[in-house]
Design a protein around this ligand. Sequence first.
Ligand code: AMP
Length: 180
Amino acid sequence: MREESSHAMEEKLKRIIRDVPDFPKPGILFKDITPILNEPELLRETVEALARPFRSEGISKVLGIESRGFIFAPLLAVALGTGFVPARKPGKLPWETVSESYALEYGNDALEIHRDAFKPGERVLVVDDLLATGGTASAAARLVEKIGGKVAGAAFVIELEFLGGRQKLPIARVHTLVRF
Ligand code: AMP
């Protein structure tokens, strides 16, 4: 779905996304999206561009991944007229949860959602700020399927193409606005 993201939009976002070297640890070039949030018109355009390919896809829930997915996913949910479901780090959700773990560079982490977050067959859009290796979003997709939801697609502001996350995702429709 690459052709649907406009070149002008990509250039605008590339100019404003801030590179922070060695955060949160040495060797990581952190892509800081907070300057986008500071520009009302660009924020609106970003949300609209993320939502556009999914407007006629019968999506009924947007799942956001903690933490920066929580910024974009509820905005997308409002744009698409859907509900929002938070996928959180272990131990944060108050009710009964299902859990999926995934590999990090060093060790493992996990994501949880409430057991009743989706109705069977509900079509879900997975959202985060950035797609790197794809481990986090893959775990989110497994969570959706675990409780009977159907992953209809995934949307990210940024894709680190050189890490090949797109190829690893068990999701056919992956939409990103900026590629590095
Ligand atoms: P991955 O599971 O490797 O696809 O990593 C994606 C998750 O880690 C997302 O939640 C991102 O917000 C975060 N992330 C990974 N690499 C970066 C980076 N270079 N800059 C900002 N966030 C990152």
